[in-house]
Write a new protein. Structure first.
Length: 370
């Protein structure tokens, strides 16, 4: 079973001072006016009698009025973490001066290189990151490797390394030119993520029907104080301004896509564990480890359609077309209604060298009836 720490993801605001091309929020850079009293959040968390990892995210948290005051207050009893573009230099300086690094899990900093260049913010970014690192904060600078940025990733990585800043490649999640990422990196993933196998964990799996402690050990807090079960399941548990009824234990996942954090809270069988591991390796281009893990999943649950399909993807990447076709056919026989298996089989039979089969992210063991 995965480690089950207590995490609350506080979506502070959807506003942001950046305008990244691939951002899925509306670009709204007007002042943040909707705020929550920090004592309500703190009381709610403290009264659970547990220590929470409070992930402050957005939009851009540093534009939230009194942001550093919130950090100081919450970190007195809880551990905080911040997702930020690290561009609001005056607030970053105040944060570095007033917040205890020991109470901060990490600052997860998105580089967004093209937008940062557009706003002429590269030098300020380097100064801000260096300041936080000097103060002892854990700073993880991530670089979303959008397919359009693949060609410049390594050069950018070297540039920031020369300023003492390590860049972590982060898979792009979404569609580009009709293909779903990160699965569509295929073999190219090896060159990008070879030293970052942990990035495979960013996959949005389908955990439908799998027991999960979200609602008890994982929560999502909205800008108005509403508390959802998790980032994927917007079942309302209450509001920090009033009351919140958390789950008593695991409940089955009701969503077909787990956008983040679910892995720390789902309760997986050994087959599901191996399946997840196999996909994680596949996404970062480690076909050998992926094949081994998927093979274990298939051994534990013979005929598992998702394991068959994904072994087909690996066989295809390794140049074994016959084995790929066999695996896709076995997946389709087990679950004829699943279009992806049919398309993968058709693709491999077409013999096209451009064909890039799709990985299956279904974790629930939907086994054949026969
Ligand atoms: S920094 Fe983040 S929230 Fe802001 S525009 Fe870019 S992707 Fe969106
Ligand atoms: S598996 Fe993911 S989407 Fe499903 S309940 Fe758990 S955290 Fe939420």
């Amino acid at each position: 079973m995965a480690e089950q720490k207590n995490s609350i993801i506080w979506n502070m605001t959807r506003k942001c001072n950046f305008r990244c091309e691939y951002c899925y929020f509306p670009h709204d850079n007007t002042p943040v006016t909707e705020t929550l009293p920090v004592d309500k959040i703190k009381d709610f968390l403290d009264n659970t009698g547990r220590v929470w990892s409070v992930r402050m995210t957005g939009g851009e948290p540093f534009i939230y009025p009194g942001f550093v005051d919130y950090c100081v207050e919450l970190s007195k009893t809880q551990i905080i973490g911040v997702d930020t573009n690290l561009s609001v230099s005056s607030k970053v300086k105040e944060f570095a001066e007033r917040v205890d690094p020991a109470r901060v899990e990490n600052l997860y900093v998105a580089l967004h290189i093209e937008e940062r260049e557009r706003v002429k913010g590269v030098d300020a970014f380097i100064r801000n990151a260096q300041l936080l690192l000097e103060k002892g904060f854990a700073v993880i600078v991530n670089y979303v490797v959008h397919p359009l940025l693949e060609d410049r990733f390594h050069k950018d990585s070297d540039f920031f390394a020369s300023h003492g800043i390590t860049i972590t490649p982060r898979p792009f999640r979404g569609e580009y030119e009709g293909r779903r990422y990160p699965e569509a990196y295929g073999d190219r993933a090896q060159a990008i993520f070879a030293n970052h196998p942990e990035q495979g964990k960013k996959i949005a799996f389908n955990f439908f029907g799998v027991p999960c402690t979200a609602g008890q050990t994982l929560l999502r807090l909205e800008p108005d104080g509403t508390v959802f079960r998790c980032p994927g399941d917007k079942t309302i548990l209450g509001n920090v301004m009033d009351t919140v009824d958390m789950a008593d234990g695991p409940e089955l996942c009701r969503k077909k896509r787990c956008p983040c954090r679910g892995l720390d809270h789902v309760i997986l069988t050994p087959t599901q564990d191996a399946l997840v591991e196999g996909v994680q390796y596949a996404v970062v281009g480690d076909s050998k480890s992926s094949g081994e893990a998927l093979g274990q999943a298939l051994e534990a649950s013979p005929g598992h359609p998702c394991a068959e399909n994904n072994l087909g993807v690996i066989a295809w990447r390794q140049g074994n077309k016959a084995a790929a076709a066999e695996h896709f056919k076995a997946a389709l026989d087990a679950r004829p209604e699943r279009i992806v298996y049919e398309e993968n089989l058709k693709g491999v039979q077409s013999g096209s060298s451009d064909f890039d089969p799709e990985i299956c992210l279904d974790v629930n063991p939907i086994l054949p009836n026969k």
